[in-house]
Design a protein around this ligand. Structure first.
Ligand SMILES: C[S@@+](CC[C@H](N)C(=O)[O-])C[C@H]1O[C@@H](n2cnc3c(N)ncnc32)[C@H](O)[C@@H]1O
Ligand code: SF4
Length: 425
C-alpha cells in the first residue's frame, strides 16, 4: 500500500520520466553558482557522541580539529570566485558542535567577509558549552541567531538519549544566551522519547516557555536505522511511542505553544517576540562547506564527501570535495521549493510565479484541490495557509520522504566515502 502511494506521489509530483532522482558520482561537472545566496559550514566534531544523532561527526581531538581547520579555510578559498562580491542572506554554522572550533570559525568568517557580504549568521550550540566567553566571542563574530540543543529537561530522558548535562545547566545556558541580545534564541526540544509521558512533555514545554526562549523547535525523536540508537532499538526491541501517541503529543505542543503566545512558523517551530526566524533548512540556494555538507545551486544538488580524511585529501589537492551530484530539472526545482514552503506551513503564491513564471495552483491542481476538499488549508490571493490537520498529514508524507532520503544518502555515504551513485526513486 505504502509502495503504491509512494509511486503515485512520485509520479504526480515528479511528473515526466526525465525527472530522475539519481545521485551520480561527481566528476568535475560544470556547476553554475550564480544563484547561491546562502552558505552552510559543517563542523564535524563533538565531545560526546549522542546515539540518536544522524549527522556526520567525529569525536573531537585537537589534532584532528587543526587539520580540519586548514582544509575548511582552503575549501573557502577554492570557492572564492563562486561567491566573490555576493550578498549572502545567511551563513548557517551547524554540526557537530561548532563552538568547539571557535578560532577556526573566527578565521573562516573573517575570510568569507573579505570575499562577500553576509547579512545574518546562525549557529547551533550545545548547552554544556555555553560559557560567557563563548557567547561573547559569538557576538563579536556577529552571530545574530543562536540555537541551543536543549532536547529535554528530565534527567532520565536526557540520560536515555545520551546527553551529559542536567536541567539546571540547560536553563542557565538559555538565560546566559538571552542576556547577550541575539536577535533570536531558539531552543530545540525532542519529544516522543521512549517512555516519555504527556505529563512529562508538558513539564518540559512549560520550562521551555518560562525560559523565555524566542523560538522553540520541537522534533519527534527520529531513529535512523544506521544510527547507534537505531541499531540498539533493533537489538533490544526498545519501543518508541506509536503514531497515535506522537500525533497526540504533536497537537499538544501546537496547542500549548500557541496558547502561550507563540506563532507557528513551520511544522516544528514556534516563535514569540521576534521577527527573525531561526531556520536550519528552508533556504532556496546554498553552498555547503565541510564534510557531508549539501549544496543546492538550482540546477544541481550536491553532497561533499562524508569522510574527513577523503575531504582533506581532496581539498589539499585543490579539488572541490563533492562526492555526489544530482541534475535538478525545473520540475524538481519547483517541487523542492514547494516542499520547503509546505514545511513553513505558508505558501507564497506570487513568489512561485516570480521564480518560475508559472501558476502554482495550475501546476499542482489536484494537490491543492485535495487540500481544499479536506479543509487542510485556507486560501487567499497571496498565500495558502496550511492548518493543523493539514500540517500533520503533510508532516507524515514529508517525514516518510525525508527519512527515506536521509537514510539512503547518509547510510551509503557512511559506508563508502566515494559512493558510486544513489537512486532515490
Ligand atoms: C545537528 S543537531 C546538533 C546541535 C548540537 N550539536 C546539539 O547536540 O545540541 C541539531 C538538532 O537536531 C535535532 N536532532 C538531532 N538528531 C535528532 C533525531 N534523531 N531526532 C530528532 N531530532 C534530532 C536535535 O534537537 C538537535 O538539537
Ligand atoms: S546531537 Fe549534537 S552533540 Fe550529539 S552527536 Fe549530534 S551533533 Fe554531536
Amino acid at each position: 500500500m505504502i509502495k503504491i502511494l509512494r509511486y503515485l506521489l512520485l509520479r504526480y509530483f515528479c511528473l515526466g520520466k526525465k525527472d530522475s532522482m539519481l545521485f551520480n558520482k561527481y566528476d568535475n561537472n560544470h556547476l553554475d553558482f550564480s544563484r547561491i545566496n546562502n552558505l552552510y559550514i559543517h563542523i564535524p566534531f563533538c565531545k560526546n557522541i549522542c546515539p540518536y544523532c544522524p549527522y556526520y561527526k567525529e569525536e573531537y581531538s585537537l589534532h584532528k580539529a587543526k587539520d580540519f581547520s586548514l582544509s575548511l579555510i582552503k575549501e573557502i578559498k577554492l570557492h572564492k570566485k563562486n561567491i566573490e562580491g555576493k550578498i549572502i542572506d545567511s551563513l548557517y554554522i551547524g554540526g557537530g558542535s561548532p563552538t568547539l572550533l571557535l578560532n577556526t570559525l573566527i578565521e573562516a568568517i573573517d575570510l568569507l567577509k573579505s570575499i562577500c557580504t553576509i547579512r545574518n549568521i546562525a549557529i547551533e550550540t550545545n548547552p554544556e558549552d555555553l560559557t560567557e566567553e563563548i557567547l561573547t566571542a559569538l557576538k563579536n563574530m556577529k552571530c545574530n541567531l543562536i540555537s541551543i540543543g536543549i532536547q529535554d529537561f528530565h534527567q532520565q530522558h536526557l540520560k536515555a538519549i545520551g546527553r551529559n548535562y542536567d536541567a539546571i545547566t540547560a536553563l542557565k545556558a538559555i538565560k546566559k544566551a538571552k542576556k547577550h541580545n541575539f536577535d533570536t534564541v531558539n531552543i530545540d526540544i525532542i519529544f516522543a522519547i521512549p517512555g516519555q509521558t504527556l505529563n512529562e512533555l508538558n513539564e518540559s514545554l512549560n520550562k521551555a516557555i518560562n525560559s523565555k526562549a524566542d523560538q522553540i523547535t520541537t522534533y519527534p525523536l527520529f531513529t535512523f536505522p544506521y544510527s547507534s540508537i537505531g541499531k540498539f532499538k533493533k537489538l533490544n526491541k526498545v519501543k518508541s511511542p506509536n503514531s497515535f501517541v506522537r500525533r497526540k503529543f504533536y497537537f499538544h505542543i501546537c496547542d500549548t505553544l500557541v496558547k502561550n503566545g507563540y506563532q507557528q512558523i513551520s511544522v516544528w517551530s514556534f516563535i514569540k517576540n521576534s521577527q527573525h526566524k531561526y531556520s536550519s533548512v528552508t533556504r532556496n540556494y546554498y553552498l555547503g562547506l565541510g564534510p557531508s555538507a549539501a549544496t543546492f545551486t538550482g540546477n544541481h544538488f550536491l553532497f561533499n564527501v562524508f569522510d574527513i580524511n577523503t575531504y582533506q585529501n581532496k581539498v589539499h589537492s585543490s579539488k572541490l570535495p563533492y562526492s555526489l551530484v544530482m541534475n535538478v530539472s525545473i520540475n524538481m526545482e519547483k517541487l523542492y521549493w514547494l516542499y520547503w514552503r509546505l514545511y513553513e506551513t505558508k505558501i507564497p503564491i506570487l513568489e512561485y510565479k516570480s521564480l518560475f513564471s508559472s501558476d502554482l495552483l495550475t501546476d499542482y491542481k489536484l494537490f491543492f484541490v485535495l487540500l481544499r476538499v479536506f479543509r487542510y488549508a485556507r486560501f487567499d490571493k497571496e498565500f495558502i495557509y496550511i492548518n493543523n490537520n493539514g500540517i500533520h498529514y503533510i508532516h507524515l508524507i514529508q517525514n516518510y520522504f525525508s527519512l527515506n532520503f536521509i537514510n539512503k544518502v547518509w547510510s551509503q555515504n557512511y559506508n563508502n566515502p566515494n559512493p558510486l551513485g544513489i537512486d532515490l526513486k
